[in-house]
Design a protein around this ligand. Structure first.
Ligand SMILES: Nc1nc2c(ncn2[C@@H]2O[C@H](COP(=O)(O)OP(=O)(O)OP(=O)(O)O)[C@@H](O)[C@H]2O)c(=O)[nH]1
Ligand SMILES: [Mg+2]
Length: 533
């Protein structure tokens, strides 16, 4: 059922706790039965050796869970600037975002960048203020920080009970209920602590006022002093979240599983299903006209590829979101971006480092197929009879380049073949050859990005490279006008030869290139002019 499907992306600055939150969610949903830790390198989402070594995500992880009859695809993105191209690409496969904020660190640059991109995509968002168990945790300070940094107004749905090591529960402002959690992350209803009663009342009032403001009828009732039911508040909360009139704020601790189940309830009840985001804007590839496509199972098939994973043994895995229509366990479709037909023999869903075969998928589903011949990240797949192309935001151009050199002689040819495979999964990398210096250049978003790519090259394709600073070709130019004279004299035997040649060199305006003027007049008066810039 499409209305019980959620595609939620976790976005934030590196270290805010996205991977830990995904782990807590999967544990809560019973997908895993033991919690992994980023420090121990055993989380579901950070499984690549390059991530385990850095204790930080370098590539987006995906997994699916079922919670209260809703199916959610949770997408854990990297927060590091070096790997942000993957984050932006995978955000295009989601329907909503949960912005994770470390309560101590507050809103940082990468969080704002991810937020701006969610805004470009008009994606409904929520905020999860994490790590309330940390020393110096201050919910209200971080809430204020979010109010300052984001244009959409944050509204608090919850308040924490206790702080730092005494953080033990949450007050749900809508239902006016307090919950405490035990060490296993199990929730129990309790009384609102006496010292919180006043602040709960005040924040609840503010919340209802903020929610009511987005619904004229509700606002009128509120202003007339009518009591508003919890059901009405929840309906208006959903409406306001989907229209991005405000951004709901929840809180908790990922590693202690406090507030995680409430976040999962919120995802089901409030965040959009793919149908809420429908219809999707697209382009008719033949006429170039803007068109729309509804997330309808009976419409022709269409999908956007937002991630590619390459494996030296199992080949290329293309991960895409079905926008309309259905796919069976095997079949074919048309890649409108490449103009080619593609066949697949197995439909898969991604579960961390593994994939599971499924027999059918409909609109809104995030699925994967292996070994497509031409398909790359950003391509639109569709039915050949009903062509459509979705907008895809390409990554920004690379910022840094390194000259790469094989460690063993003879690996030169292997470098290009293997790196082109790494490039398939990492859309922010570029491979070029500088014709002047004859160097192979690998360009990316930062030193860590290039270093991680070199590590992957070694691990996946057994090719080791040195990364050197690229040579800068030294160039000279003519800066002022000069005239030089050359003489030719030959007097040995026969007629003597004598010639005089003048060459004049002068600079052209910058960027005008090279110009040669043959100024010989009558074959005798010789003057050549070379100009360049
Ligand atoms: N005290 C405390 N630490 C946490 C909590 N959640 C995560 N951490 C720690 O914060 C650090 C970073 O957590 P990650 O889950 O890797 O953060 P991330 O947002 O995925 O970071 P990137 O993958 O680099 O973008 C790890 O050391 C976690 O153990 C929490 O609720 N409380
Ligand atoms: Mg992570």
């Amino acid at each position: 059922m499409i209305d019980q499907l959620r595609n939620v992306v976790l976005i934030a600055h590196s270290g805010a706790g996205k991977t830990s939150l995904a782990e807590a969610v999967l544990l809560q949903a019973g997908v895993i039965n033991r919690r992994g830790h980023v420090e121990d390198g055993n989380t579901v989402m950070d499984f690549e050796p390059e991530e385990i070594k850095r204790q930080s995500s370098i590539s987006t992880g995906l997994h699916q869970y079922v919670w209260n009859k809703h199916v959610t695809n949770i997408i854990d993105t990297p927060g590091d600037q070096n790997f942000f191209a993957d984050t932006k690409s995978c955000m295009q496969g989601a329907d909503s975002a949960v912005v994770v904020i470390d309560v101590v660190d507050g809103v940082k640059v990468q969080t704002e960048q991810a937020w701006d991109f969610a805004e470009d995509l008009k994606m409904p968002c929520a905020i999860f203020i994490n790590k309330l168990d940390r020393e110096r945790a201050d919910f209200f300070r971080t809430f204020k920080d979010a109010t300052k940094c984001f244009e959409t107004k944050p509204i608090a749905l919850q308040l924490p009970i206790g702080s730092e090591e005494d953080f033990k529960g949450i007050v749900d402002l809508i239902s006016n209920t307090a919950y405490i959690y035990n060490a296993e992350g199990e929730r129990k209803e309790t009384d609102i602590p006496v010292d919180m009663k006043e602040s709960v009342e005040k924040e609840r009032e503010t919340l209802i006022e903020n929610i009511a403001e987005t619904d004229d009828e509700l606002l009128e009732r509120y202003l007339e002093g009518e009591s508003i039911s919890e059901e009405d508040i929840r309906a208006a909360l959903r409406k306001g979240t989907l229209s991005r009139s405000f951004v709901p704020v929840l809180c908790g601790s990922a590693i202690n599983s406090i507030g995680v189940d409430l976040l999962m309830n919120f995802i089901n009840e409030t965040l959009p299903s793919p149908i809420d985001r429908s219809p999707w804007k697209a382009v008719d590839p033949d006429s170039g006209e803007e068109i729309e496509r509804a997330s309808d199972p009976d419409a022709p098939f269409s999908a956007l590829v937002f991630k590619t994973v390459t494996d030296p043994y199992s080949g290329r895995l293309s991960i895409f979101k079905i926008v309309s229509g259905k796919l069976k366990g095997d079949g074919n479709f048309y890649n409108v971006s490449k103009g080619s037909k593609e066949r697949f023999s197995q439909l898969l869903i991604v579960a961390g480092k593994e994939q599971k075969a499924i027999s059918e998928a409909g609109p809104g589903s995030i699925v994967a197929v292996a070994k497509l011949k031409d398909t790359a990240t950003g391509d639109t797949l569709c039915s050949e009879e009903s062509k459509i192309k979705f907008n895809y935001t390409e990554p920004l151009p690379p910022l840094i380049s390194f000259a790469i050199q094989p460690k063993s002689t003879g690996d030169e040819d292997k470098i290009f073949a293997s790196l082109s495979k790494i490039l398939e999964e990492d859309i922010a990398l570029r491979l070029t050859r500088n014709a002047e210096t004859k160097e192979i250049l690998l360009s990316g978003m930062g030193q860590v990005h290039i270093a991680a790519a070199a590590e992957k090259l070694k691990r996946k394709f057994n090719v080791e490279v040195n990364l050197n600073p690229p040579k800068i070709p030294y160039k000279e130019t003519i800066k002022k006008e000069v005239r030089v004279q050359g003489k030719h004299k030959k007097q040995t035997g026969g007629h003597g030869q004598f010639g005089v040649c003048w060459i004049q060199l002068e600079p052209l305006p910058r960027g005008k290139g090279f110009e040669f003027v043959d100024a010989i007049v009558g074959g005798g008066d010789t003057q050549n002019v070379y100009s360049c810039c």
